[in-house]
Ligand binder design. Structure first.
Ligand SMILES: O=C(Nc1ccc(C(=O)N2CC(c3nccs3)C2)s1)[C@@H]1CCCN1
Length: 132
């Protein structure tokens, strides 16, 4: 029986957001970055070929292909971001992640402080069977 080798890669995805202060331009109350990264700070481009962040349609050019695998924007609200991950191994099907962008904290002190970020981060395991 041939041995099946498995490689598991743990990734983190999510966002960090900062209130831009009371003087912020209307509609741009927060700056945020949505990202995909290795849990172990490895270079995930060894196995991830490209990441496309699909933003809300009201953003200019809402389909964003980024390297490194993060997108920074300014905005005013929270919405779902589709993150489509394509692999270097063309035989691996792309995967879809869905992240609800978080700008606001339950703590009002955080929400009014431009120095205190809101972070929403989630984890996933990519399992590669008998990688080449
Ligand atoms: O917030 C929400 N949807 C949002 C969609 C887009 C948002 C945003 O932040 N922006 C659009 C982008 C632009 N910049 C310039 C021109 S359009 C900045 S927010 C929902 C509504 C209720 C609860 N959540």
């Amino acid at each position: 029986m041939s041995e099946k080798t498995q490689v598991v890669k743990r990734i983190a995805y999510g966002n960090i957001a900062f209130f831009m202060g009371k003087q912020a331009e209307e509609g741009k109350t927060h700056k945020w970055t949505c990202y995909v990264r290795s849990v172990h700070n490895e270079d995930i481009s060894y196995y991830i070929k490209k990441v496309i962040f699909n933003l809300h349609q009201s953003f200019p050019n809402p389909r964003r292909e980024k390297f490194p695998f993060e997108i920074s924007e300014t905005g005013w609200g929270e919405f779902e971001i589709n993150i489509k991950i394509y692999f270097q191994d063309a035989s691996e099907k792309p995967i879809d992640l869905y992240h609800n962008l978080r700008l606001f904290s339950a703590d009002p002190q955080v929400n009014l402080n431009p120095k205190r970020p809101v972070v929403a981060e989630f984890y996933d395991e990519l399992v590669f069977n008998s990688p080449k």
